[in-house]
Design a protein around this ligand. Structure first.
Ligand code: UN1
Length: 493
């Protein structure tokens, strides 16, 4: 049986617990292997290794650190197909999407390697004569990364690559559902010449490994993507310990469809946004705010087209929608569908678990659309993280914006309209970190900031140059070459 171990101080090792958790293929329930279940002691060892490695890594010139990232980028490119297949088999997303996800990691590696030759600070005029003033980005120390199963390599790349290029060391806890993709990523780091101890992989549960990381005094920052509940708990504890955090905790993303929208384009965007990755994206479309005059037409088209979404094992190239991650997720989604029905929403299509006779032993949920949903129903306010979307009728753009902004999250939003004025108004007023005009709510590119307003996070962003704000802090430097005491704010006034 394939065993996934930890990678601590440059060595693959089993946890001191001696315990393993099975790794299951959600497409067919098959056990693919098992992963070591770590303890607090494993985290302690990883942190010691990281802390030691960081002492010399911070002194390596950033352009040289970038050379290492370029190697990672080229290796990821070379192994793209292999990693994508591993990813699909343990996570379930269809192979095309898995390839796209590995591509995100490749893009990130090249992008952050480029940052090794920038990492800009500012040089500013001093208030005083013969004095130089500038600011520099400096690494924070040991970064603790806690990453989710829905984007097991992309999100790990969004966090580990900027952390490393900026001069930090890493302790990484991947999701227990997707350790094989994590293993492949670490193998690439290893092959690229990772200095001993600089990046450590500690597999295991959030309650043991995650908590030990948050509590550890030598982990200087926690970067987390995952559920709202866990994010809030991390925030509370890390806040008490004065530990830096970057949190990304999901969305309740809406597509607005105005009267003048290209409806076929809107349908393309909605189907991709709502049912791609079986709706298991933070950016997934889960509400459709459609003008009442085109609601019927949109519904007809959606129902017609939903039949094109072939469900099944994501390794089959003709399949469009894979399984959801596990049985408890399947049950949670079904529970929400029941809640929707009890709340009085009308089930337009879907709404059921596919049983074994239909698709074998995998965890499949039928793509589901509710209509006549009111904005304050639970299905329209809470993140479902599955292939379920709610249609809410609207009378105006203003009403759509109000409903869009009424939920606790603020990650992504989209509007379909032919009116440029209304498109720009929406862009300004939709209260989300990401806005799409005439495209669905998913598909963020790595060179722009990724994250959201309100309950989606705590103001930080993954991706783009903004990610460096998470993994660096500022040092302001003053060089007085006047040869005499110059008292700022006094001698020059
Ligand atoms: C996520 O679901 O947390 O924009 C990440 C997108 C992808 C990333 C999603 N590029 O949908």
């Amino acid at each position: 049986m394939k065993q996934i171990l930890n990678y601590i101080n440059g060595e693959w090792s089993e946890s001191t617990s001696g315990k393993f958790t099975p790794i299951v293929n959600p497409a067919n329930g098959e056990v693919l292997g098992e992963v070591t279940q770590s303890t607090k002691e494993d985290v302690d060892r990883a942190v010691i290794a990281a802390k030691t490695a960081q002492k010399s890594w911070r002194l390596v010139p950033a352009p040289e650190r970038a050379d290492f990232l370029y190697k990672v980028a080229y290796l990821l490119k070379e192994k793209k197909e292999k990693i994508a297949r591993t990813l699909t088999s343990e996570m379930g997303k269809v192979i095309d999407e898995a390839r796209g996800e590995v591509q995100e990691a490749i893009d990130m590696a090249f992008y952050m390697a480029g940052e090794g030759r920038r990492l800009f600070g500012d040089t500013v005029p001093s208030e005083l004569r013969n004095k130089l003033a500038f600011s520099q980005r400096i690494p924070i120390g040991v970064a603790g990364l806690i990453t989710p199963w829905n984007f097991p390599i992309a999100i790990a790349s969004w966090k580990s690559l900027p952390a490393l290029v900026a001069g930090n060391a890493v302790v990484w806890k991947p999701a227990t559902e997707t350790p094989m993709t994590a293993y492949e990523f670490v193998r690439i780091y290893e092959e690229a010449g990772l200095p001993k101890g600089l990046l450590n992989l500690v597999n295991g549960s959030g309650s043991v490994v995650g908590n030990s990381m948050v509590e550890h005094p030598d982990i200087d920052l926690i970067s987390f993507t995952g559920s709202n509940e866990v994010g809030r708990a991390i925030n509370a504890r890390a806040g008490a310990l004065l530990k830096r955090t970057s949190l990304e905790m999901g969305g309740k993303n809406a597509v607005t469809v105005l009267e003048d929208a290209d409806l076929d384009l809107a349908v393309d965007g909605i189907l991709w946004g709502a049912f791609g990755t079986s709706g298991q994206r933070c950016t997934a479309t889960s509400r459709i705010l459609v003008h009442e005059n085109v609601k019927q037409a949109l519904e007809t088209k959606l129902v017609e087209r939903i039949g094109e979404l072939k469900l099944g094992d994501g390794l089959d190239e003709t399949v469009k929608v894979g399984p959801v991650i596990n049985r408890s997720s399947l049950e949670r989604i079904d529970e929400y569908v029941k809640i929707g029905q009890q709340e009085g929403a009308k089930l337009l299509v879907g709404g059921k678990i596919l049983d074994e006779n239909e698709l074998g032993k995998g965890y499949y949920y039928a793509p589901t659309i509710f209509t006549d949903v009111s904005p304050n129903m639970r299905i329209a306010m809470e993140e479902i993280f599955g292939p379920v979307v709610s249609i809410i009728p609207i009378k105006s753009l203003e009403e759509a914006i109000e409903i869009n902004n009424s939920v606790e999250f603020g990650l992504s939003s989209a509007i379909f309209t032919a009116d440029v004025n209304r498109a720009f108004q929406a862009m300004r007023d939709l209260d989300t970190g990401i806005v799409y005009i005439n495209a669905g709510t998913t598909g963020a590119e790595i060179h722009l900031p990724f994250g959201g307003t309100k309950g989606t996070g705590n103001g930080h962003r993954d991706s783009g140059v903004a990610a460096l704000d998470v993994y660096t802090e500022w040092k302001s430097v003053y060089v007085d070459y006047s040869g005499k005491l110059q008292r700022a704010q006094i001698d020059n006034y």
